[in-house]
Design a protein. Structure first.
Length: 176
C-alpha cells in the first residue's frame, strides 16, 4: 500500500529524532494506516491512497490536514516502545552509548502515555471533522447519518457500539 505520509513528515510532526533510520519507521507507518482504515473505513483510505498529492480533490486536501497528524502520531505511538531496542541476529538489544543511558521504564511509560494522548487527540479531531462534514465524504460511515462513531479506545467492536435509540444489534431495528 502506498504511504499517505513520509518519514520526514513523521519526524517533523512528532518527537522522533531526524537521526532515526527511515527503515525503523516503515512498519509503524504501515500499521498507522491500518489503524486509519479501522477509524475512517478502508474505502475512504483507498480513495486517499489512489489520489496522489497532486491529484487530491479539494475535499481530500482538507481531510488530509487531519489525517496526516493522526498517522504521524499513531506511527510514533507504534515506534516509541521499541525506541531503545535494536534487533540483531541474537535477538533484541538495548541501545546504549558511552555518554548516555536508555530511558527508564517510568520515563518510557510517560512518553508512551503522552504519545497515546496526542494520537487520541488527533484521532478525535479527524473523526469530528468527518462527522461535521459527512455530506462531503460519502465513503465515511458517519455517526450523524446513522453510522457508528469511531472514537474511543480504538477497538471499534461494533457489536457493543450503540446504534439508533441505544440498540446494540448489528442492524438498527428501529426500537424506540
Amino acid at each position: 500500500m502506498a504511504k499517505l505520509i513520509n518519514y520526514q513528515y513523521v519526524k517533523i510532526e512528532t518527537d522522533i529524532s531526524q537521526n532515526v533510520p527511515e527503515t525503523e519507521l516503515d512498519n509503524p507507518i504501515k500499521r498507522s494506516q491500518e489503524m486509519l482504515e479501522m477509524v475512517i473505513g478502508a474505502t475512504l483510505v483507498a480513495e486517499l491512497v489512489s489520489q496522489n498529492p497532486t491529484t487530491l480533490s479539494e475535499a481530500n486536501v482538507t481531510l488530509m490536514a487531519y489525517v496526516k497528524p493522526f498517522l504521524a502520531w499513531q506511527a510514533y505511538q507504534f515506534w516509541l516502545p521499541k525506541a531503545n531496542f535494536k534487533t540483531h541476529a541474537s535477538g533484541l538489544r538495548v541501545h546504549e552509548e558511552d555518554n548516555s543511558r536508555s530511558a527508564t521504564d517510568a520515563e518510557m511509560a510517560n512518553l508512551i502515555r503522552d504519545a497515546k494522548m496526542w494520537c487520541q487527540t488527533k484521532k478525535d479531531k479527524m473523526v469530528q471533522f468527518l462527522d461535521d462534514n459527512c455530506a462531503t465524504y460519502p465513503l465515511y460511515n458517519c455517526a450523524n447519518c446513522g453510522g457508528t462513531s469511531k472514537t474511543g479506545t480504538g477497538f471499534h467492536i461494533t457489536a457493543v457500539g450503540k446504534h439508533k435509540h441505544g440498540c446494540t444489534c448489528d442492524i438498527c431495528c428501529g426500537h424506540t
